[in-house]
Write a protein that binds this ligand. Structure first.
Ligand SMILES: C[S@@+](CC[C@H](N)C(=O)[O-])C[C@H]1O[C@@H](n2cnc3c(N)ncnc32)[C@H](O)[C@@H]1O
Length: 426
């Protein structure tokens, strides 16, 4: 199941990287055997193993860890497993919901978790029947029509099943909120696999001849519930410390009382890497977070400017030589005037966020950033080197750059994924 859910997104994993990090561990797939990791497959993430290696190599003495771009909170859960205080920020409500549900169930006592696992197992046998029996809740269908304006992401029967599944979620919510949330997570992770969309880099429509491969919702959800029940029995399931959502938007982190964290492990969006909100539109809709097409734009505007479609208005260019040079090159040779704006906006906002993060750091804190470069109109955009210069302008000392793996652009140009490590001078 996991393999198919991970879709076709698969950069070539050429191995010529640092021996401490396996190239696979720097990708989501690297954690596909780990309990809890695949509850919601998030290709943009890295693996728990990657976080463990960063902790071991660079932050051995840390008592607390922050991830300002939390995603599925891989950093937070891995840190919590080691009894560290863990904090994160994340703008996407889908990811917040998944992380919150995992947190609730993983902090239960062993006995209580066993009860929940039993409830999940019972649900695997009753879910199919329940969705045929319930009366559909029209509000989800109305939101679908308003938000998606006639797009046919599901065949008719599957859409009906999804809507019925939502009614089951709402029924369960009345007397077993946690079970209802767990069922929602199972459904969220089944929506794209059961739709006419596929993950191929970003989420996009399948070809019609692939429709015959689409599995039924009841089968996918049932398998997910079973996998979740098994994970709840895993020896590392229980965590004492809850990863804490500090604020949704990392740009607000200066408004939070000081946490004095000893380390940051994070992966900000890559420049024009992924359209995070469009990729989760079905999940946002299922959680009642999308009522009209504009809602997607509103979410996107809250996130770091990182894609050509998220560019809005003018941006200042940070006073950093490399950034100015790349922005000038894109202005002169780029095929779209939004390209230089995107790079300028990305660098400006990222520098601002890391300036605010300083308020949350203890003196000598280590900051580890996973990032990749990109190329537009033949112009190389070295996000890694730009970030080094942007952070050095603040109070961060660059202490290491580690190559994690080779990547390739759509037209075959060589790119890479690296880990940048800094120390906060205080
Ligand atoms: C590369 S992903 C992180 C994946 C994560 N390392 C994991 O393993 O799941 C970057 C995340 O940053 C989030 N994001 C973008 N802008 C943000 C902002 N201003 N504040 C907080 N989160 C943001 C995106 O929604 C996305 O989930």
């Amino acid at each position: 199941m996991t393999q198919r859910r991970l879709g076709e997104y698969d950069d070539a994993l050429d191995v010529e990287a640092d021996e401490k990090f396996s190239p696979l561990s720097a990708t989501f797939r690297g954690g596909k055997q780990e309990p809890f990791h695949t509850w919601y497959p998030y290709l943009e993430g890295y693996s728990p193993d990657f976080v463990e290696t960063v902790l071991h190599e660079y932050m051995n003495d840390a008592g607390s860890i922050l991830d300002p771009f939390g995603g599925t909170v891989t950093t937070g859960f891995t840190a919590a497993e080691k009894d560290l205080d863990a904090y994160y920020c994340e703008v996407n409500p889908v990811l917040q919901f998944v992380a919150d549900t995992k947190t609730k169930v993983r902090t239960l006592s062993d006995d209580k978790r066993e009860e929940v696992a039993n409830d999940l197992r019972k649900l695997t046998t009753s879910f199919g029947e329940r969705i045929t029996e319930v009366k559909e809740d029209d509000s989800l269908l109305t939101a679908y029509d308003l938000a998606f304006e006639g797009s046919e992401f599901f065949d008719e029967d599957t859409l009906e099943e999804v809507v019925s599944a939502k009614t089951v979620v709402l029924q369960l919510e009345k007397d077993n909120r946690l079970l209802s949330s767990l069922l929602s997570v199972a459904i969220l992770s089944s929506l794209v696999p059961c739709s006419r969309l596929k993950r191929a880099g970003d989420v996009r429509f399948m070809d019609e001849d692939e429709w015959s491969e689409i599995p039924s919702l009841r089968k996918e959800v049932t398998e997910s519930l079973r996998e979740m029940a098994d994970d709840l029995a895993h020896k590392n399931a229980r965590i004492e410390e809850k990863p804490v959502l500090l604020c949704e938007n990392a740009d607000n982190i200066d408004k939070i009382p000081e946490k004095n964290v000893d380390g940051v492990i994070t992966s900000p969006p890559y420049i024009n890497g992924t359209n995070y909100f469009r990729n989760t539109k079905l999940e946002l809709w299922f959680l009642d977070c999308l009522q009209k097409p504009d809602d997607l734009t509103a979410y996107r505007n809250r996130a770091l400017t990182a894609g050509i479609n998220t560019v809005s208005g003018e941006y200042e260019v940070p006073d950093v030589e490399l950034v100015q040079q790349v922005v000038n090159d894109l202005e002169e040779h780029g095929y779209d005037r939004r390209l230089p704006l995107m790079v300028a906006g990305y660098c400006w906002e990222l520098q601002e966020i890391f300036e605010k993060i300083q308020l949350q750091l203890s003196e000598g804190a280590r900051v580890a950033i996973d990032i990749g470069d990109s190329i537009y109109a033949g112009i190389h955009v070295p996000a890694d080197e730009m970030i080094v210069q942007l952070l050095e302008q603040l109070d961060y000392d660059h202490v290491d750059t580690v190559k994690l793996r080779d990547r390739h652009s759509n037209n075959g140009k060589e790119l890479k994924q690296v880990l940048l490590v800094f120390e906060y001078e205080g």
